[in-house]
Design a protein around this ligand. Structure first.
Ligand code: B3K
Ligand code: ZN
Length: 883
């Protein structure tokens, strides 16, 4: 397999102005006729037209015509993955291609495939080439008309992008529909859905008074589960108008929920297709987390209509242009709909837990990658989440109003175009006349910058100085890197805990929006080493650094444990209050890991427990914030911070610290559980979710004590719960400790929910991710369970992915976890390479472990890479891991 490079980008030789597609849906095969109006993009010569296509086994070529005349052998060449029109006309012409495909046998779930008996599509990134031959690249944008013909009884619903232009009956019990999309689009945004579906309908009146019909299509038995997704869609439409002045541009917006889907959802123009787990929700079947995800992802896909569809990417290296920006937009949407501080905490936690390790591993790549073998492997946390951080840094540097100006200019300049990350940067810069300095390096350099800050207070001069040092660590192919512009938001707390006014830094006066000295300021850190001196600081302050996580860096500083406890109690930036507790916990726990490795007795600092107690019992705090603030850093975060990760020691320390806190704060935790139970009907509003979050976090702590009365309480809660959030939290608490209560609860849960596939994924997930010793055997047995299906991505993510996320068992000393994963990857690779490649990614961090584990993991990676007929997807991840 050969990599593709950003530096090799060339504009296409041919433009496609108009595309007419006809689908004749059938049981044995589906015929696709594509008629394209082709135009040379530049005058002079007519080079061969090279079209992308899947391998012959997945895409059968029936015939090719130019201006109505069938081409003869020699006029065209069909190779493994291309169709070449050898000497096409020099003027505009019509190219007609007929292909045959078998969606019913398509287990890769890209292109046109069947799910629960219905047809659906997934074309991003390069799935359209499994439907027909095409210039399958995002900078080829065309207007589409789509005609779908199929059996009327089997496929009563026929959908594609845009507006329904025509429909009617055909002979032989068949019928047809014609859809016209007035907007130009790249083929990755094409969609088709056909099948037995029912829909719920509502409407939205746009800011200019246009009425839009909103429909959510589901299988009949799920009709009662779409209300929250519908509400979320309406909220998202309103939010994008209020926040960015973006209005919806068609009369119809459809969402379709399907059970078999590789990713979360897809933003096809006016016909979004969703993994059903991100649409369907009732209080009994969906958790608070599910509700939050539904709102966020429905928003995300809707927001793509402007950031992705109206303005799209020139090439796939620019993916973060639409994804980083749209993740930023959905994060802001969630912040406005729920709690800003808690949303930010969750987003940063995710970044740190999953993106930081990616950025430190063999797959590290810049937000704009420079090469790839398989684009599907680059829908990464770096492109999405770090990409969103990059967008957020523009906002921090330019201010909210400045950021909005940049967005307005971006849309004004590029509506209807396929553009690059540089175009986005230029719009932000030009709209604000801003000096963005070395900021463009964020698109070029991989790796998480390390920022260290030391402080000095000069009693006599009344100045406080921060010395910053930044370094971007080397990564594959990038041994030496330059310092980048980091916006570092800083505040200084006085002895009473209140923010000090910041009157000047480095002699430059500061003024807030009202002209008065601000209490927070953004430092432009862009050198390897710099100093920032604040004047008129009457007493030694406690610095609050990197407020709101203003740049995605690994920060170390000389802030002491006592100062962290002070910040936890007083910081006006709620993110940094949480961060103070996390920083302290990380420090204490890493220290304990060292002790555990030496076999020393473990002790938890009483000041830490006391600080957590203060938070837990502070009635003035948001309960969701308390839940986050008392939660420990994840085991993977700790592993990521160690020179040689030791999953057993980390697990032991995590357990020890959890139990110690539970024992010391038992009364307070019990109170948090008791006082936050409610008999009210379930509601997914922010305050209710916060109550449940606190209650269930406290329950998790108590469960670690493994005492009979707590187990009884959890079992009673499990049985009496009226919503999935509480039921699943109780089940998770019971599942921590082996024994009868665990077995009983799992069995009861199965009996209650075996008819609901989505709920069964939660049941699989809890068992898969268990840290009970020897769990690999149990997970192996679940592979054979009727609740599991290797062809369904959600089930694979729950069982196989869940297993790989539980470090102690995945990294079991005997290598059984590695062997298990390798086996599943090889099986999966034959079914669905994208899913296999996501699963094999658990191996990428293998070099972070001890020699013995390394050699066992390496043996499995070598076994995989040696396998005949391996997909490019898995090959890329494994070969890069072995480099
Ligand atoms: N754009 C899609 C992702 C498609 C992934 C293809 N392998 C979903 C999203 O980010 O909105
Ligand atoms: Zn997206």
């Amino acid at each position: 397999p050969k990599p593709i490079f950003l530096k090799d980008y060339r504009a296409p030789d041919y433009l496609f102005d108009k595309v007419n597609l006809t689908f004749e849906l059938g049981e044995d095969y589906t015929t696709v006729t594509s008629s394209i109006l082709v135009r040379p993009s530049h005058s002079g010569g007519s080079p061969p037209l090279i079209l992308d296509g899947a391998e012959p086994k997945d895409l059968e070529l029936v015939n090719v015509k130019v201006n109505g005349k069938a081409l003869q052998t020699g006029d065209f060449e069909r190779s493994q993955k291309k169709l070449t029109i050898v000497s096409p006309p020099a003027e505009a012409y019509t190219l007609e291609i007929e292909t045959k495909i078998q969606p019913q046998n398509n287990t890769a779930l890209e292109g046109l495939y069947k799910t629960s008996g219905n047809f659906c599509t997934q074309c991003e990134a390069e799935g359209f080439r499994r439907i027909t031959f095409y210039q399958d690249r995002p900078d080829v944008m065309a207007r589409y008309t789509v005609r779908i013909e199929g059996d009327a009884a089997r496929y009563p619903v026929l959908l594609s992008n845009g507006n329904l232009a025509e429909q009617g009956d055909l002979e032989g019990g068949r019928h047809y529909a014609v859809w016209e999309d007035p907007f130009v689009k790249p083929c990755y945004l094409f969609a088709l859905v056909a099948g037995q579906l029912t829909h719920t309908e509502d409407k939205f009146v746009t800011m200019s008074g246009k009425e839009v019909t909103l429909r959510i299509y589901v299988q009949e038995h799920n009709k009662d589960k779409t209300a929250y997704a519908m509400r979320s869609l309406q909220a998202a439409m309103k939010w994008d108008e209020d926040t960015f002045g973006r209005e919806y541009d068609l009369d119809l917006f459809n969402i379709v929920a399907v059970d078999d889907f590789n990713m979360g959802a897809m933003e096809n123009k006016s016909l979004n297709i969703f993994n059903s787990r991100l649409v369907l929700a009732t209080p009994e079947t969906a958790t608070d987390g599910d509700y939050t995800s539904i709102e966020g992802v429905v928003g995300h896909e809707y927001f793509h209509n402007w950031t992705g569809n109206r303005v799209t990417c020139r090439d796939w290296f620019q993916l973060s242009l639409k994804e980083g920006l749209t993740v930023y937009r959905d994060q802001e949407f969630t912040s406005d709909m729920t709690s800003r501080a808690v949303t930010r905490i969750g987003d940063v936690q995710r970044l740190r837990m999953a993106q930081f390790p990616e950025d430190a591993g063999p797959m590290a790549h810049p937000v704009r990658p420079q090469s790839y073998i398989k684009m599907d492997n680059f829908y990464t946390l770096t492109v999405y989440e770090k990409g969103a951080e990059v967008v957020r840094m523009y906002e921090t540097l330019l201010g909210k109003a400045g950021f909005r100006k940049g967005m307005d200019l971006y849309f004004e300049r590029h509506d209807g175009q396929a553009v690059t990350c540089d175009d986005f940067l230029a719009a932000m810069r030009d709209a604000n006349g801003a000096d963005l300095g070395t900021f463009p390096l964020w698109y070029q350099q991989a790796g998480t910058p390390r920022l260290s800050i030391t402080t000095h207070y000069d009693e006599a001069a009344k100045t406080f100085t921060l010395t910053t040092k930044q370094e971007v660590p080397p990564s594959a192919g990038q041994p030496v890197k330059q310092p980048m512009l980091l916006p570092v938001t800083v505040g200084l707390l006085g002895p009473d805990g209140a923010d000090l006014p910041l009157s000047s830094v480095n002699g430059r006066p500061l003024a807030g929006p009202d002209g008065a000295a601000p209490t927070s300021t953004v430092l432009r850190v862009d050198q390897a080493e710099q100093t920032f001196t604040f004047d008129n600081i009457p007493a030694r302050p406690v610095p609050s650094l990197l407020r709101n996580f203003s740049a995605p860096v690994r920060l170390t500083s000389d802030v002491t444990d006592e100062q962290l406890i002070f910040l936890l109690a007083h910081d006006s930036d709620p993110f940094n209050r949480w961060e103070a507790a996390q920083t302290l916990a990380r420090k204490l726990m890493l220290d304990l890991v060292g002790k555990a490795q030496k076999g020393d007795t473990l002790q938890l600092a009483p000041a830490f427990v006391a600080a957590l107690k203060d938070v837990l019992t502070d009635a003035a705090l948001d309960k969701a914030f308390i839940a986050r603030a008392i939660s420990l850093p994840s085991q993977s975060e700790l592993a990521d911070m160690m020179a040689v990760a030791d999953p057993d020691a980390i697990h032991a320390v995590h357990k020890f610290v959890t139990r110690t806190i539970a024992a010391e704060l038992r009364a307070e935790l019990q109170h948090a559980v008791d006082s936050n139970r409610t008999r009210d009907a379930y509601s997914p509003d922010t305050a209710s979710k916060a109550r449940r979050a606190l209650k269930n976090t406290a329950l998790g702590y108590l469960a670690s004590l493994n005492e009979a009365d707590i187990t009884d309480m959890a079992l009673a809660d499990f049985r009496s719960s009226t919503n999935m959030t509480d039921q699943l939290a109780a089940l998770a608490a019971l599942a921590v400790n082996p024994g009868e209560a665990r077995d009983t609860a799992l069995a009861e849960f199965y009996e209650q929910w075996k008819g609901d596939g989505l709920v069964m994924n939660k049941w699989l997930g809890i068992q898969a991710a268990s840290s009970l010793p020897g769990n690999v055997a149990h997970v192996r047995s679940l592979l054979e369970h009727p609740a599991f299906d290797m062809k369904n991505p959600n089930k694979v993510y729950a069982l196989v992915g869940g297993f790989a996320s539980a470090a102690v068992n995945f990294h079991a000393r005997d290598g059984s976890g590695y062997e298990f994963l390798a086996e599943q990857v090889l099986k999966l690779d034959k079914i669905n390479a994208q899913v296999a490649s996501r699963m094999v990614s658990a191996f990428t961090r293998w070099r972070r472990y001890d020699d013995d584990r390394q050699s066992k993991a390496k043996a499995q990676l070598e076994r995989i890479v040696r396998t005949e007929g391996l997909s490019e997807n898995v090959y890329e991840i494994v070969s890069k891991s072995l480099e």
